[in-house]
Design a protein around this ligand. Structure first.
Ligand code: MG
Length: 251
């Protein structure tokens, strides 16, 4: 199923995509989640971030080709960082280009959404803790990232974490086509088969550091082909079996 969070008739609701419609569900996908009677045309609602996490964990250099293009070594342990919740924005929300940077890059990524509390998961059991997968654009102020030792400032600006449009529960996360398009031109094309650390390892290793809670998000890193955005651009992350996450860039 493809789970969405949306606003309709002044209320925030959960539902499941069914073609051009959303079937409303009661409860949340982390507990009791029950089909309700109401159906909404997708065009008449506002899609929100499909998830409200307590933290967003990012992975750096999880594709060999991307590490090569950055002229960096592939890490032996997953290289992780955090993005603040205030960076989140939903489908069609604008990415705001900050005045402190001259180089803002897109990074199309597959994001893992955690289903329930998870601590010290083994790779064998890691998938039990996963609700599904969504698209995430790990927007990065590249000039700041390259001159600082830490990734926090480069990746933490407000609106630097578009996510959505839905949480797909039935895809193979280790064999998904992933693309990033800018103004209708394809800029990144990869497959999650290129992961250095597959999803099971990522969940196991991150949960060995910090307790993951329902709704937490782990961005699994970007394939090769990162590049700059300009105000006025429209950026889109597409993943097979999930859908398309589109956001305009504004000054
Ligand atoms: Mg990234």
């Amino acid at each position: 199923m493809k789970i969405v969070r949306f606003k309709a008739a002044g209320k925030t609701r959960y539902g499941v995509l069914d073609g051009t419609h959303i079937v409303e569900y009661s409860g949340t996908p982390y507990g009791t989640f029950k089909k309700a009677r109401k159906r909404w045309p997708v065009k008449q609602v506002v899609l929100l971030t499909p998830v409200v996490p307590t933290k967003i964990v990012g992975l750096a250099l999880n594709y060999r080709e991307h590490a090569e293009e950055m002229r960096l070594a592939v890490p032996e342990e997953p290289l992780i960082f955090l993005k603040p919740l205030t960076a989140l924005c939903g489908p069609d929300d604008p990415i705001i280009y900050p005045s402190q940077t001259n180089r803002v890059d897109y990074e199309g990524e597959l994001a893992i959404v955690i289903r329930k509390r998870c601590r010290h998961a083994t790779p064998e059991r890691a998938r039990e803790y996963v609700l599904g997968y969504t698209c995430l654009n790990d927007i990065t102020a590249r000039d700041i990232e390259l001159r600082e030792h830490h990734r926090t400032r480069a990746k933490a600006f407000d609106t630097f974490c578009p996510i959505g449009p839905c949480i797909a529960t039935n895809i193979d996360p280790n064999a998904a086509e992933i693309e990033t398009w800018v103004n209708g031109e394809r800029r990144q094309a990869g497959n999650t088969k290129g992961f250095v650390f597959p999803v099971e390892d990522v969940v196991a290793r991150v949960s060995a550091v910090m307790t993951l809670l329902a709704g937490d998000v782990i961005a699994t890193g970007t394939p090769a082909g990162v590049g700059p955005l300009q105000p006025g651009d429209r950026v889109e992350v597409r993943i097979d079996g999930i859908g398309s996450l589109k956001n305009p860039v504004i000054k």
